[in-house]
Design a protein around this ligand. Structure first.
Ligand code: GUN
Length: 292
């Protein structure tokens, strides 16, 4: 029987664990705060940002969503980040990616103070992560590590194949999994758009992590029997049978691949919920760091 790895119980456990930490902060006169900056009106980004703000509300984290128009200039965006860096109500700052064309993500991730960088994207925090120094970890890879722990999936000594080399998921995921620690210690292969014979690699995977942003790209013939599949893709595709004419699907052909897999995450309902839970955790940690 294939095990379905739902994100909900794991995300709930993480959020439950945060409640007492938030209460402790409140006792000390501090309410954790998160500023979310959204530039433009990308529909997927709007949904993510709304979900992040709901999660804050549910936990009693102060949050504000700042919306800037699509044609915002880099200097205006930079000035807004500087303002949030200086605002003591916000312990964490998140700029929703991707940014509209013409704006530099590279400039943005360097502009946010490392101590407010709850996305874990600042080169200072990325460097710490690579060296195994405790820091804010990017939320999706950190959420996947947490999910594996919850479901007692042990990557140590196993071959993990990651498809996708983004700064948000693929690259940090590869780094976390090859750390010399009991919950990591995997042998990692990182595949990307220039990988020759992708299937030859994915067939080697004990654990396959799909983070390419291509609907259904991982097909049944690309995985071996008994594989564990983590699907990070969130793609909106046309579906005439759906009420609004579209539906969400992952990077994995779930119906066919799940027949061969020992365990698989669903989309929606899998990794996505973890990203938000880990963002909440990083925000609480950022607030706690202010008292140290
Ligand atoms: N876009 C997709 N995932 C993320 C994320 O984890 N953080 C930010 N800031 N943008 C994203």
């Amino acid at each position: 029987m294939t095990k379905i790895l739902y994100g909900k119980p794991v995300a709930e456990a993480v959020k439950e664990g945060l409640k007492s930490r938030i209460a402790d902060l409140n006792d000390k006169g501090l309410q954790p705060g998160l500023a979310v900056l959204l530039v433009g009106e990308d529909p997927a980004s709007c949904v993510y940002v709304r979900n992040k703000s709901r999660a804050c509300e549910e936990l009693g984290i102060f949050s504000e969503t700042i919306r800037l128009p699509r044609d915002t200039e880099q200097s205006r965006l930079n000035a807004k980040i500087d303002e949030l860096n200086a605002d003591p109500r916000f312990h964490g700052i998140l700029v929703q990616m991707p940014l509209p064309k013409g704006l530099s993500e590279r400039e943005v991730v360097r502009r946010i103070l490392p101590e407010k960088d709850v996305d874990g994207f600042h080169p200072f925090n990325v460097g710490s992560m690579v060296q195994g120094i405790p820091t804010f970890l990017p939320c999706t890879p950190a959420g996947i590590m947490k999910m594996m722990e919850y479901y007692d999936i042990r990557p140590a000594g196993k071959h993990v194949v990651i498809v996708g080399r983004s700064n948000i998921v693929g690259k940090p995921m590869a780094n976390l999994l090859c750390q010399k620690s009991p919950r990591a210690n995997a042998t990692v292969t990182l595949c990307h758009t220039a990988t020759e014979n992708l299937q030859a690699h994915t067939l080697q995977a004990d654990i396959l992590i799909a983070a390419a942003g291509m609907p259904g790209m991982i097909r049944e013939e690309m995985v071996r029997e008994g594989v564990i599949v983590i699907d990070v893709g969130v793609n909106r595709i046309p579906d005439p049978t759906a009420k609004n004419g579209t539906r969400l699907c992952g990077d994995v052909d779930f119906d066919r691949v799940s027949c061969k897999a020992a365990a698989i995450t669903p989309v929606p309902g899998g990794v996505g919920l973890m990203t938000i839970a880990m963002l909440m955790q990083n925000t609480v940690e950022a607030a706690e760091n202010c008292l140290k």
